[in-house]
Design a binder for this molecule. Structure first.
Ligand code: ZN
Length: 199
């Protein structure tokens, strides 16, 4: 994956998280030296640094070079983008689908870049509402479209694993800007296009 090549963490901080995780394992009453756990702190550090690598990516750089001029002003929809993020309140995953739509104003962006933008913001500690807004605002700023709509449907492990909510409950958030906010027809068109997407 080319995305990982953009991750730059100062050498001096390597191993710092692993050290702390060792302490957590001890606090849990575990023996961090037993075979199964011996390399867990390092694995966890590596995973966590990857899952938060979005902090070290720049949305402008990400979209730059992938924007094209077009004479197209119909709605562009990218639906069912898989999204995996970490809730900042519990550091547990939430995951689901993200649907993005915009109405171009002379500029469009490569479809794969939309998914990469979603990933970039998802790979930070998040709440679902902010993630939804950041995706919408960035597309608004970078493409200056006539409108943007973003919907995220996600399950939060901090809820389902702790039995706070029914196992199948989905949290749905949306951000509607420009035409998507002002024009009910535009919004309805978007909603009907993404309806029926499978979880
Ligand atoms: Zn949570």
């Amino acid at each position: 994956m080319t995305e990982t090549s953009e991750i730059l963490v100062p050498e001096t901080s390597h191993g710092k998280i692993a050290e702390l995780v060792r302490g957590i394992l001890v606090q849990l009453g575990e023996n961090p030296d037993r075979e199964g756990l011996r390399r867990t702190p390092e694995r966890f550090e590596k995973a966590l640094r990857f899952l938060t690598s979005g902090y070290r990516q720049d949305p402008e750089k990400l979209l730059n070079g992938a924007m094209f001029s077009v004479c197209y002003d119909e709605m562009v929809v990218v639906k069912d983008i898989e999204v995996y993020s970490l809730c900042e309140h519990h550091l547990l995953p939430f995951f689901g689908k993200c649907h993005v739509a915009y109405i171009p104003n002379k500029k469009v962006v490569g479809l794969s870049k939309v998914a990469r933008l979603v990933n970039m913001y998802a790979r930070r500690l998040q709440i679902q509402e902010r993630l939804t807004n950041q995706i919408a605002r960035t597309i608004e700023e970078q493409l200056n479209p006539h409108g943007v709509g973003v919907i995220i449907e996600a399950r939060h492990l901090c809820m389902v694993m702790r039995g706070v909510e029914k196992q199948n409950s989905l949290a749905v958030t949306s951000a509607m800007l420009g035409a998507f906010r002002e024009n009910k027809e535009t919004r309805d068109e978007f909603l009907s296009l993404v309806k029926g997407s499978k979880q």
